[in-house]
Write a protein that binds this ligand. Structure first.
Ligand code: HEM
Length: 345
């Protein structure tokens, strides 16, 4: 082979290799990262798409907040929760039992499609999740929860159901296990209490709280247990319907006298401090919810936030910002995915 041909082949090989190794080391997220990209339209595109999605189906807001939490607690905020199963990786995070009921992927797809048509390969799916959770929180709290989102994350290329099982908290956890699960990610018992307030919105499968149907009356209001939840969940584990997380969103007729405990929404919002008031009345779904009234380290904060909804709004915003800073494991590489459901190569 002539020298010029060798150079040509080598050049082509290098170009292909450069394209393959698009993955780079993650950077520290900063506020305003996209201001000088995509004509400054990135956060507006996310906000408008989230708003349209929630106008069509308000329940998608809860889905987006949970998606973000489940992304960040497993390998950091890297969009790994969004990856679909493939032949090479049949069990990504989303196939894990810990991710039961995870939804809102369609909203993320819609945001990504809008961003790709405005500015291709510019915005990571990990950043989309962070913006979307903020926008959903603001929408569901009527503006009470709002904050600047640091951005510039990259999308991870690793996603494993086992990592999800090992890192996400379980609904049967007691308070010590919850505290240590959150401590492993750098969160205090107070922040555990603050973030748990997200259960003022959304829904859950009966299998996620079936243990509560036989919990003692000291741990759950017996009318709520026997005449509301047990009836909602039907006879046996074969059927696994969903129930609203917040007693406020339950069918009022089924609630009977319990309606006297229902905390009215503050200013039309649904993401609010009602979770803490419900919890003090033994009217929450999961054992893990109830468990946080079982230790001094957490109980005093349950009282604090039951008494002060404005403080909770502010502290919840701060906790979400902290959550958004959870980074990929050291040594990881990342990329800007073309589609949020698959890695680029
Ligand atoms: C403290 C430990 C936590 C446990 C044990 C837990 C567990 C659960 C479970 C079992 C479900 C229902 C899943 C289903 O059956 O479909 C759920 C729903 C939900 N969780 Fe948590 N969670 C925790 C913390 C959090 C945090 C920190 C957030 C957000 C900041 C969050 C946000 C949500 C939301 C919004 C839903 C409803 C989702 C929807 O409607 O699609 N959770 N959680």
């Amino acid at each position: 082979m002539k020298v010029s041909a060798v150079v040509l082949v080598l050049g082509a090989f290098q170009a292909a290799a450069a394209a393959m190794v698009q993955a780079t080391a993650p950077r520290t997220p900063t506020v305003g990262y996209y201001n000088d990209k995509c004509n400054g339209s990135v956060e507006g595109i996310v906000r408008d798409t989230v708003k349209a999605a929630l106008n069509a189906d308000i329940t998608k807001g809860a889905a987006l907040v949970r998606l973000f939490f489940h992304d960040c607690f497993v390998r950091g905020c890297d969009g790994s929760v969004l990856l679909d199963p493939t032949y090479a990786n049949p069990y990504p995070e989303k196939t894990s039992g810990a991710n039961i009921g995870l939804r809102g992927f369609d909203v993320i797809d819609a945001i990504k499609a809008n961003l790709e048509s405005a500015c291709p390969s510019t915005v990571s799916c990990a950043d989309i999740l962070a913006f979307a959770a903020r926008d959903a929180s603001r929408y569901l709290s009527n503006g009470g929860i709002d904050y600047a989102v640091p951005a510039g994350r990259l999308d991870g290329v690793v996603s494993s159901a086992t990592d999800a099982e090992n890192n996400l908290p379980g609904s049967t956890f007691d308070v010590a296990k919850l505290i240590s699960n959150f401590a492993a990610k750098g969160f205090t018992p107070e922040e555990l209490v603050i973030l748990s307030g997200a259960h003022s919105i959304g829904r859950a499968h009966c299998s996620s709280f079936r243990d509560r149907l036989s919990a003692p009356s000291g741990e759950i209001n017996p009318y709520f247990r026997d005449n509301v939840l047990a009836k909602d969940c039907g006879a046996g584990p074969a059927a696994d319907p969903t129930v609203e997380n917040n007693i406020r969103d339950q069918n009022a007729t089924a609630l009977g006298n319990l309606t006297s405990y229902v905390v009215p929404a503050s200013g039309g919002a649904s993401l609010d401090n009602s979770y803490y008031i419900n919890n003090l009345n033994n009217l929450v779904l999961f054992h893990s919810d109830w468990a946080i009234v079982g230790s001094n380290a957490t109980m005093r904060h349950v009282h604090e936030y039951a008494d002060n909804g404005t403080l909770w709004n502010l502290d919840f915003a701060d906790a979400l910002v902290k959550l958004s800073k959870l980074a990929m494991p050291p040594g990881s590489t990342g990329e800007i995915r073309k589609t949020c459901r698959a890695t680029n190569y």
